[in-house]
Design a protein around this ligand. Sequence first.
Ligand SMILES: C[S@@+](CC[C@H](N)C(=O)[O-])C[C@H]1O[C@@H](n2cnc3c(N)ncnc32)[C@H](O)[C@@H]1O
Length: 233
Amino acid sequence: MTKQFGGRSFDRFGVQLAEYLKKYANLNSQSKVLEIGCGCGRTAYALSRILDDGKFFGMDIEKKSLESCQQNSLFRRKGFRFEYLDVQNDEYNPGGSNPASSYKFPYEDNAYDVIFLVSVFTHMLTDDVKNYITEISRMLRPGGTCMITTFLMDKGKETSGISFPHREKDHYFYNQAMPEVAVGYLSEFYVAQFASHGLKQKHDIVWGSWRNMPEVVSTSGFPQDILFFTKEK
Ligand SMILES: C[S@@+](CC[C@H](N)C(=O)[O-])C[C@H]1O[C@@H](n2cnc3c(N)ncnc32)[C@H](O)[C@@H]1O
């Protein structure tokens, strides 16, 4: 799990995710982009080579990573903006003041062409994800696209790598003491939640490589599964 964030793969996966955003979310140099859970800016680095000044907004609930983005000279030069938001998560911000299940983002309606979350819903429980999808749908402009990466349970929950034996509401998890360590969902959960706000699935699922199952061929080489949803005009 940690391998995907370090060393050479840090840059490679960032570039790959940026390519998916261009291809399936119509991201271009003028797009106004919001990344929810940007961490230390993995995809933002790749987007700094694509976006014109000041079109990138990143937020996270984990102060250290977010502050490293705020202090980064490349991001400052590009006018990329990063904001810490005080939302609770047992793993990343246990003392956070606001529950993710009812949090209202301090951003306007219909404001962003592209909103994306990489390995964030993999750490969030059912009511939290439902609320975030409501908020994403509100903040995305008509015609805009949301990309998420996730662990989909559609092709099995037990693998030789990570497994998700437990279920509560719509989320599957392996760590009973702290479910937010790794969370999975069925694709139909996402499709239904986005559809309830008028967003349609845009592209076939891009299957990730996390399953470590020879019978499930990854179509990307990226560890997690990737989905796209577009807001109707
Ligand atoms: C595995 S890291 C991925 C970081 C980054 N997206 C990347 O691809 O490198 C998960 C991130 O999700 C963030 N996160 C967890 N719960 C969140 C929430 N409720 N809202 C926003 N971000 C959250 C964490 O703080 C952390 O930065």
